[in-house]
Design a protein around this ligand. Structure first.
Ligand code: BTN
Length: 244
């Protein structure tokens, strides 16, 4: 179970880095959550920096044994984690919540959480690190990040006590479905909650910008987009970006 033990640090470079080092050293205990109140080098997807003000948000990581997941089904974990965060957000907010492919969380059209999933081979076993940054009480963000937080959505700050446990319960519920092979249920929940399936949204690839609608996301995370001008094209997460 994730979060059977939670270890908190005032400052770390990055909770994902910390878990990776423990895995490589053979000292990571399964299910342990590593949380930092501040990260000096918090990392986002695509080599970006994850900025989060000290003590106001949740920034944490854990690792799972993922030998049971073949490479072509890897993305089910990203789907389960996104759906778990969605369930947590839904339990406290009365606002429009969407998952933005591959696994960002949007509330009222602004980003509230990001997920960084990284796999490592340790002594012949596949381990997957899941890092989550969720904005809770931060109310000022640089405008270019188009972010929000629970406090901004509720109009007031919220007590952090108990929030992590509530989020971990929601994540455990989805991840346990994955362990029980209930992939289809997770897949259906993910696609139902996905931004850009029922309206035309803006996509940016290296060669063009276009309006499209998401038709499917397969088990490797490959996106199938129908463009307004005609055909349907597949994209991997490093090939296209969706604006919001
Ligand atoms: C993204 O949206 O690009 C992903 C952001 C992931 C940020 C979290 S914060 C905790 C964990 N540690 C990191 O260095 N990154 C992840």
């Amino acid at each position: 179970m994730i979060g059977a033990k939670i270890i908190q640090f005032a400052t770390l470079d990055s909770t994902n880095n910390y878990v990776a080092k423990q895995l490589l050293a053979g000292t990571y205990e399964p299910g342990v959550v590593i949380l930092a109140h501040f990260q000096t080098e918090g990392r986002g997807r695509r080599g970006k920096f994850w900025q989060s003000s000290s003590g106001e948000n949740l920034t944490f990581s854990f690792a799972l044994d993922t030998d049971f997941l073949p490479a072509h089904q890897n993305f089910i974990l990203a789907k389960a984690v996104s759906v778990g965060i969605y369930a947590f957000l839904e339990s406290i907010l009365n606002a429009e919540i969407r998952i933005k492919w591959p696994n960002d969380m949007l509330v009222s059209g602004r980003k509230i959480a990001g997920i960084l999933i990284e796999s490592k081979w340790v002594k012949g076993h596949k381990k997957t690190i899941v890092g989550i940054g969720l904005n809770i009480n931060q109310t000022h963000f640089p405008e270019y990040v188009k972010a929000t937080s629970i406090a901004l959505e509720l109009g007031q700050k919220i007590r952090m006590n108990g929030l992590l446990q509530k989020l971990l319960n929601a994540l455990n519920a989805e991840i346990s479905l994955m362990h029980k092979d209930r992939f289809t249920l997770i897949e259906n929940r993910y696609i139902e909650r996905l931004y850009g399936t029922d309206s035309w949204v803006n996509f940016h690839s290296q060669s063009r910008n276009f309006k499209g609608q998401i038709r499917a996301v397969d088990q490797e995370g490959v996106l199938l987009v129908k463009s307004k001008s005609g055909g349907a094209v597949n994209y991997r997460s490093n090939e296209v970006r969706i604006s919001y």
